[in-house]
Design a protein around this ligand. Structure first.
Ligand code: CP
Length: 326
């Protein structure tokens, strides 16, 4: 199955947002430009636009989330949509209802968009293949596979600090690449936007076997990987996805790969530091860096609202009307 092939309509326009793979530079630029134009909504006295008035957005989060779930909800509300956030822990999923039956029942409530987070890679694509044609599906993170809106909010944050010339940037992604859907989506987005100097910095045990095909330079030494970079993207150690002993200890990991102010000194003086969250302070990063002057971590969260508003507007704008489904 190829998620890239079903997220575009016959005209090549985005109708679902499942992955960065298969998208062209112009798709990403459209999302970034639309998001940029929507950042001002937060400054208004009434933080609302009528774009999705009369539309219903269903948030289905089968995995825990703080940032993605709340910013999707806020984004939908700022666009005047009605929002259903289904509490999966207390839903009939616990009684054995299948994913598809859950989707079919919410679909029967005349919803127009599903925002889906699931532990299984491919879950959002699976739903996209089964919903009625007028419904848009947005991937809010599926297994190790993809987290495309996180990648776009990361690209917006980079562009706001470093300008649009991605080809001139050096970007280091540090940590648990193996389990990270954020790393995969960020790498694809940086490649599409023309960044030729993308580095991954990790122990061998936390690199995916296909790393050689991703268009990145591989470093096992943090000081070498960070030298002269413009952007540092730190990743969380995803212990919940680790089946075996991939690491000696959190303390040893921090000694080798933890980002401190001293280690950041080899990056460019104006380098920015990012992290998708949630952060394990003292494991991936020192608190002095998390809360320091180079950190743009909370800006990433704010930018997530505008990016999710943009993706919702673009995909629903490209969908057929329910009447056309019949
Ligand atoms: N970045 C991110 O996906 O965070 P949450 O798991 O809190 O949504």
């Amino acid at each position: 199955m190829n998620p890239a092939s079903i997220q575009l309509d016959a005209q090549g326009r985005l109708k679902h947002f499942l992955t960065i793979e298969g998208l062209k530079r112009q798709h990403l630029i459209d999302i970034l430009d639309t998001a940029e134009s929507l950042t001002g909504v937060a400054e208004r006295r009434v933080k609302k636009l009528p774009t999705l008035r009369g539309k219903t957005v269903a948030n289905l989060f089968f995995e825990s989330s703080t940032r993605t779930r709340t910013t999707f909800e806020l984004a939908a509300k700022r666009l005047s949509a009605d929002v259903l956030t289904v509490n999966i822990a207390t839903s009939s999923t616990s009684k054995g209802e299948t994913l598809l039956d859950t989707v079919r029942n919410i679909e029967a409530m005349q919803c127009d968009m599903f925002v889906v987070r699931h532990a299984a890679s491919g879950a959002a694509e699976f739903i996209a293949r089964h919903v009625r044609p007028h419904i848009a599906v947005l991937n809010a993170g599926d297994g190790r596979h993809a987290h495309p809106t996180q990648a776009m909010l990361d690209m917006l944050t980079i562009r706001r600090h470093k300008g649009p010339a991605f080809q001139d940037l050096r970007v280091a992604i540090v940590g648990d690449i193996l389990h990270s859907r954020v790393a995969r989506s960020d790498i694809h987005a940086l490649n599409v936007l023309g960044c030729a100097n993308v580095r991954v910095v990790a122990p061998r045990t936390l690199l995916p076997p296909e790393v050689g095909t991703l268009g990145v330079q591989v470093f096992h030494d943090l000081d070498q990987g960070l030298r002269d970079v413009d952007v540092v993207i730190m990743l969380r150690l995803q212990r919940e996805r680790m089946s075996g002993a991939l690491l000696p200890s959190a303390q040893e990991y921090y000694q080798q790969y933890g980002l401190t102010e001293e280690r950041l000194a080899v990056a460019r003086p104006d380098a920015i530091v990012m992290h998708p969250g949630p952060i394990n302070r003292g494991v991936e990063m020192a608190s002095a860096v998390v809360d320091g002057p180079r950190s743009v971590i909370l800006e990433q969260v704010t930018n997530g609202i505008a990016v999710r508003m943009a993706v919702m507007s673009i995909t629903l704008g490209n969908q057929s009307s329910p009447a056309e489904d019949a």
